[in-house]
Design a protein around this ligand. Structure first.
Ligand SMILES: [Zn+2]
Ligand SMILES: [Zn+2]
Ligand SMILES: [Zn+2]
Length: 760
C-alpha cells in the first residue's frame, strides 16, 4: 500500500543543488511527489510503497549535497493523492523564499576533472563551477539568491549553459554562476599601469612572470592575492620590501597535499582541513629541513599552507609547475584586501608587476580563513572565506542584534532567531580603508540576511572606532559590553552553555570597568553579567601603544615596579643592552604617571618576559614577541614552572608577579637557556591558573571553565591549561568555530545584548 509523507527541511538547502538531489533520490526509487523552496528551506512531499519511502527518508540526510547543511528535518503523514511522477514546483506566489546563503567554496572534484579534460567543453575554463562548488557569498548583491541579484547578471547564458541550468538531472541545475568559454567571464593580464598585455594565454604569461621573479596580483574569489614564487628567496624578499611587511609570516599555496607534506608535517586531521571545501590556510609544523626559504615565515615553527580553491589557482599552479607560491592578501600592510580591478591598479600598482584580472565582480571582500589543527580538531584563527555566512547556531531564538566587535581583527555579528552570523574578517579599524569596509559590511550583511537590529552592542572602550560608530546609531537600544565578558560569552555561546562559568579571558588589551586596561582576567560570568574573580596585578604601560610596539618598555616597567631602580645594577644581558637616556625617560614617565595607564594584561606580561629573556625588544607585528617566546620552548617535558603570588583582595585575588621576575633574573644570571626559561614561564602560568580555578571552585562550587582571548592562540599554553584543568576535575570549554582572539568578540557582545532586552 502506498504512503505519502511531507518533509520540511530547513538550513542551507537553497542554491546548493538540493532540489535536483531530491529529484534524483525520488525518481531512482520510482516515487512520486513534489519539492518546492519555502521561506524556511524546502518542503518535500513523497509518495510510494512504504519501504521505498522509508529508504528515501533514511538516505536523504545521509547523502545530501556537500554545500547543504540541514538544521531541521520534520516528517508528517499526509493523505495520498493522484501524483504520478516527481516534480520540482515553483514556490507559492508572494511567499518569502529566502534562506541561508552558502559561502564560497572550492572547486569540486567533478569540475576539477572537467577543467583538465581536453575533451570537455570547459577545458581550462577558469570559472568552471556547478551547484556543488564555486562562488556564492562574494557575488551576491541582494536576495533572493538567483542570477539577476549576483555579479553574474551581466553574463547571459549561452543555449548550452541554459539547458544545463534548466535540467533537474544536471549538476548545473540552477547553479547561478554557471558559465562557459562562450558566455561567461574571462581572464586578462594587465601591466602595473592597467594596460592589457597582449598574449595568447594570460595564465601562462603570468606563470612565466612569476618564474622570472616578478610579483603578480591575482584576482581570486574574495579579493586579490599578491603572488610570488615561494622557492625564490629573491622574490620573497622583494615582496616583503614592497608590501612593507618585515617579518610577519606569509602563507603559501601548494598544488596538492604531497607538496604540503614536502614542507610540513601533515597528519590526518591536517589533511582533512587542507582538502576541506572551505580550503582555509592551515598552520602546519615545518619539516626541518625543507625547501621553503626561512624568509617566508621567519622565527616560526609553523607555516601557513593552503591548497588551490578557484579553478584559476589550479591552472596557475599546475600548468605553471610551481612547488609553492606565496599568496598573501592583496593589500599594503593592514589595509583591506583589494577586490576591484581598477582599485587594485591604484592601490597595488607599486606592489605588483602584473595583474591577472577577470571581469566577474567581487561584491564583498572576503579574506582567506586561517585554522589550526590541534589534538585532531580544527580551531579558527581567522574565520572568513568558506565559512562566512554560515551562522553559529545558538541554543534558543533571540531578538535581532548587531554587535560591532572590537578595534583590531574586527568582525561584526548579526543575530536573527537562533542564527548568529559572524562576518568575515574586517581588519584593524584604525585603518581608514578598513573602517570604510566595516560600514559597507554592516549594510551589505543587514541586506542579504534581512536583519533590522533592535539592539546595537559595542565594546566599552570609548576610543574604539566601532564604539564611536555604535554610539551614533539612533532608533535602536545601545548596549555596552565589557571586553573580557564578551570573550567569555563568545566561548559560552558557541558551546551552548547556560548559567555561570569560570571564564579565563587572557589577551593584550581590553577596557576595564575601572578605566584601567585589563587583559589577565578570571571572571565569574554568565550572559547577564560578571564578577572579577582574579586578575594580574596592575603595572604601568609606559607610553600606551608605544609599549605594545616596544616590549622592552614592559620589561623595564615590571622590573622597576618590583625592584625599584636597583634593577639597573642587575648583571643580566637585558639590563646591559638598555639605552640609558631612553630608559631614564621611561622611568620618569612611570614615576610621574605620564601616559602610563595601568594594565593587568597577560599579553604585556608575555612581552615583558620575552624582552627580558632576550627574545625581542621591538615587534614588527601584533603579538610577535609572545609568539617567538612560545616558539622557543624546549622539547623537554619538564613540568616545573616559575611561581606567582596569589594575594587576596576583598572577594577576589590578585596574581602577583614578583616571584616570577625574581626567578627569571636568577636564571638569566645563571645563563639558563632561553628554551628552559620559556617553558618554566608557560608552566608557571598554567599552574597558577589551575590554583586560581580551584580557589574559585571552592568558593562557588562552579566547575565549568571557558578559555577565551588572544593569548589562547598560544598552543602550548592552551593545551597545557586545558589538560591540567581537566585532570583537576574541571569541565573545560574552548573555541572551535569562532576565533579565540578579538575576531570572536562580536559574537560574545551579541549574545550578552540579547539578554539585556529582557532586563529592561
Ligand atoms: Zn563543481
Ligand atoms: Zn555558456
Ligand atoms: Zn580581546
Amino acid at each position: 500500500m502506498d504512503v505519502r509523507r511531507q518533509i520540511e527541511v530547513s538550513g542551507i538547502v537553497q542554491g546548493v543543488g538540493f532540489r535536483p538531489y531530491i529529484y534524483r533520490l525520488a525518481t531512482t526509487r520510482k516515487l512520486s511527489g513534489t519539492i518546492r523552496n519555502t521561506s524556511a528551506g524546502v518542503t518535500i512531499e513523497i509518495q510510494g510503497p512504504q519501504e521505498a519511502v522509508e529508504d528515501f527518508l533514511t538516505c536523504l540526510p545521509a547523502e545530501a549535497p556537500p554545500l547543504s547543511r540541514i538544521t531541521g528535518f520534520v516528517v508528517h503523514d499526509v493523505a495520498c493523492n493522484g501524483d504520478a511522477d516527481f516534480r520540482i514546483v515553483h514556490s507559492h506566489a508572494g511567499e518569502e523564499v529566502r534562506t541561508l546563503i552558502s559561502p564560497d567554496v572550492a572547486i569540486c572534484n567533478d569540475c576539477l576533472r572537467e577543467l583538465f579534460d581536453p575533451g570537455d567543453r570547459r577545458y581550462r575554463y577558469p570559472f568552471i563551477n556547478c551547484t556543488n562548488c564555486g562562488p556564492r557569498f562574494t557575488i551576491v548583491r541582494d536576495i533572493p539568491y538567483d542570477r539577476p541579484s549576483t555579479s553574474m547578471a551581466v553574463f547571459p547564458m549561452c543555449p548550452e549553459c541554459q539547458a544545463e541550468y534548466d535540467d533537474p538531472l544536471n549538476r548545473r541545475f540552477h547553479a547561478q554562476p554557471n558559465a562557459c568559454w562562450k558566455c561567461g567571464p574571462h581572464v586578462e593580464l594587465w601591466d602595473r599601469f592597467g594596460r592589457k598585455v597582449n598574449c595568447r594565454d594570460p595564465i601562462a604569461e603570468a606563470a612565466s612572470a612569476l618564474h622570472a621573479g616578478s610579483i603578480v596580483a591575482v584576482k581570486g574569489l574574495g579579493g586579490f592575492h599578491l603572488a610570488a614564487d615561494a622557492i625564490s628567496r629573491a622574490a620573497v624578499s622583494l615582496l616583503r620590501l614592497r608590501k612593507r611587511r618585515v617579518e610577519k609570516p606569509f602563507a603559501i599555496m601548494v598544488p596538492d597535499v604531497a607538496a604540503a607534506e614536502d614542507a610540513c608535517e601533515v597528519d590526518d586531521a591536517a589533511r582533512r582541513a587542507l582538502e576541506s571545501i572551505q580550503r582555509p590556510i592551515v598552520l602546519l609544523p615545518k619539516r626541518i629541513p625543507n625547501s621553503i626559504p626561512e624568509g617566508v615565515a621567519p622565527f616560526n615553527r609553523y607555516l601557513g599552507v593552503f591548497l588551490p580553491y578557484a579553478p584559476l589557482h589550479y591552472l596557475l599552479l599546475r600548468e605553471g609547475g610551481f612547488k609553492a607560491l606565496v599568496m598573501t592578501s592583496g593589500n599594503l600592510s593592514e589595509e583591506p584586501i583589494a577586490i576591484d580591478n581598477h582599485e587594485a591598479i591604484t592601490r597595488l600598482g607599486a606592489l605588483a608587476d602584473y595583474f591577472l584580472v577577470h571581469n566577474r565582480d567581487i561584491l564583498l571582500r572576503c579574506d582567506d580563513s586561517v585554522v589550526r589543527v590541534s589534538s585532531g580538531t580544527t580551531q579558527q584563527l581567522r574565520r572568513s572565506r568558506g565559512f562566512v555566512p554560515v551562522p553559529v547556531f545558538l541554543k534558543d531564538a533571540q531578538p535581532s542584534v548587531l554587535a560591532v566587535g572590537g578595534e583590531l581583527k574586527n568582525t561584526i555579528c548579526l543575530i536573527k532567531r537562533n542564527h548568529a552570523f559572524l562576518s568575515q574578517h574586517i581588519g584593524d579599524l584604525e585603518n581608514a580603508e578598513s573602517y570604510r569596509f566595516f560600514g559597507e559590511a554592516i549594510e551589505h550583511l543587514k541586506r542579504i540576511l534581512e536583519i533590522q537590529p533592535e539592539i546595537v552592542a559595542y565594546d566599552l572602550h570609548p576610543d574604539y572606532f566601532s564604539t564611536k560608530w555604535a554610539r551614533k546609531q539612533s532608533g535602536t537600544k545601545l548596549v555596552g559590553v565589557q571586553h573580557h565578558h564578551a570573550h567569555v560569552a563568545s566561548c559560552m555561546a558557541e558551546n551552548h552553555i547556560d548559567g555561570q562559568v569560570i571564564g579565563f579571558a587572557l589577551d593584550g588589551t581590553g577596557y576595564g570597568t575601572d578605566g584601567h586596561i585589563w587583559g589577565g582576567e578570571v571572571l565569574l560570568a554568565d550572559y547577564c553579567g560578571f564578577k572579577r574573580a582574579a586578575h594580574f596585578e596592575y603595572v604601568p604601560l609606559p607610553g600606551g601603544a608605544a609599549a605594545i610596539r616596544e616590549p622592552w618598555r614592559m620589561a623595564v616597567s615590571y622590573l622597576a615596579y618590583h625592584f625599584g631602580k636597583e634593577f639597573l645594577g642587575f648583571g643580566i644581558p637585558f639590563v646591559r643592552q638598555l639605552d640609558t637616556p631612553k630608559t631614564n625617560l621611561i622611568l620618569r614617565m612611570i614615576e610621574q604617571r605620564i601616559n602610563s595607564p595601568l594594565t593587568s594584561s597577560c599579553g604585556r606580561l608575555f612581552d615583558a618576559v620575552a624582552a627580558l629573556a632576550g627574545v625581542r625588544q621591538e615587534v614588527n607585528y601584533e603579538a610577535q614577541a609572545a609568539i617567538e617566546l612560545e616558539m622557543a620552548i624546549s622539547a623537554s617535558n619538564g613540568q616545573n614552572g616559575y611561581s606567582f603570588d596569589i594575594l587576596p583582595d576583598g572577594e577576589s585575588w590578585i596574581i602577583g608577579t614578583r616571584p616570577l621576575f625574581a626567578a627569571i633574573i636568577s636564571d638569566l644570571t645563571k645563563k639558563t637557556p632561553l628554551a628552559d626559561i620559556s617553558r618554566r614561564f608557560h608552566n608557571g602560568l598554567v599552574q597558577v591558573f589551575v590554583r586560581i580555578a580551584e580557589l574559585v571552585r571552592k568558593k562557588t562550587a562552579l566547575r565549568r571553565v571557558c578559555l577565551s582571548g588572544g593569548t589562547f592562540n598560544n598552543v602550548y599554553l592552551a593545551q597545557q591549561l586545558e589538560s591540567r584543568l581537566t585532570e583537576a576535575g574541571f569541565e573545560v570549554f574552548i573555541h572551535h568555530e569562532v576565533p579565540t582572539g578579538d575576531g570572536g568578540l562580536s559574537l560574545g557582545q551579541a549574545v550578552i545584548a540579547t539578554v539585556s532586552i529582557s532586563h529592561t
